[in-house]
Design a protein around this ligand. Structure first.
Ligand code: SAM
Length: 243
């Protein structure tokens, strides 16, 4: 049965392309990709020649029906993004939803994801975590998003562009206050680095940092503060009822 294959690609180190990923790219009839030049380079490195269909956040209205038609005509299609898993802070979710709605099999392969590399080496709790992806670019909206996460007790993972890292950490410090964190950059690449400390420490050096970055932030470890008014009204209720 023709299927949609979700194929992760390396986040830096080309050796992390899996054997199965390559087998699927060899097998499918076409590859839907974010940037045909980037995917072209990856395929060139492995000597794979396949028709590419451009599928990115600005052309989904045209590309999704085109890919669904190809699947309905009996073609196998692979989806890749520029790096890591498609759909994770990358295009593909509408396409998968359409396949699911139309009973077209969707098969995902194992592989690279920057968030997980950063999380497992961060030194922070991995028992429960939230992958948030990118915060809003505007500080006012970003702070609102952070406020909604401020009491979350588990580790939170953010993606951020290097030119926004300082402003983003400033907002994190303001809304979350100072917490343990790890900034993981250039994962799987030559200059891979994990900077562990607290938000204040990393904020003070982050303007000098370059490359791709993941922020892993400790969850809120403070016990919920008792709502004093609520407690008083409960006591008053008890007294009134003669307890
Ligand atoms: N789909 C990708 C994944 O599964 O990880 C994420 C794509 S998202 C558009 C790009 C963001 O991922 C970057 O801004 C950065 O936060 C993070 N990222 C990707 N590659 C990375 C790397 N090698 N080192 C650190 N962060 C990386």
């Amino acid at each position: 049965q023709p299927s949609l294959y979700l194929v992760p690609t390396p986040i830096g180190n080309l050796s992390e392309m899996t054997k199965r990923g390559l087998e699927i790219l060899e097998k499918v009839d076409c590859i839907a990709c974010e940037d045909t030049r980037n995917t072209g380079k990856l395929l060139q490195a492995y000597n794979i020649h396949k028709p590419l269909v451009s599928h990115h956040e600005h052309n989904t209205k045209e590309s999704v029906p085109k890919i669904i038609n190809a699947l309905k005509e009996g073609k196998n299609v692979a989806v890749v993004s520029d790096a890591g898993y498609p759909l994770l802070s990358d295009p593909g979710s509408w396409l998968v939803k359409e396949c699911v709605d139309q009973d077209i099999p969707v098969i995902s392969l194992s592989g690279c994801n920057a968030a997980l590399n950063a999380l497992v080496a961060s030194g922070l709790s991995t028992e429960h975590y939230l992958f948030y992806g990118f915060l809003d670019h505007k500080s006012s909206k970003r702070k609102k998003e952070l406020e909604s996460l401020a009491s979350f007790p588990y580790t939170i993972i953010f993606y951020e562009a290097p030119h926004r890292i300082e402003a983003c950490l400033q907002d994190i410090l303001e809304v979350f206050s100072n917490r343990k964190m790890c900034l993981a950059r250039e994962l799987t690449k030559l200059h891979e680095e994990y900077i562990r400390g607290n938000v204040e420490e990393i904020l003070s050096i982050c303007s000098t940092l370059k490359g791709e970055m993941v922020l892993v932030i400790e969850g809120n470890s403070k016990k919920e503060e008792v709502d004093l008014n609520l407690a008083i009204s409960r006591i008053e209720e008890c007294i009134e009822s003669g307890m």
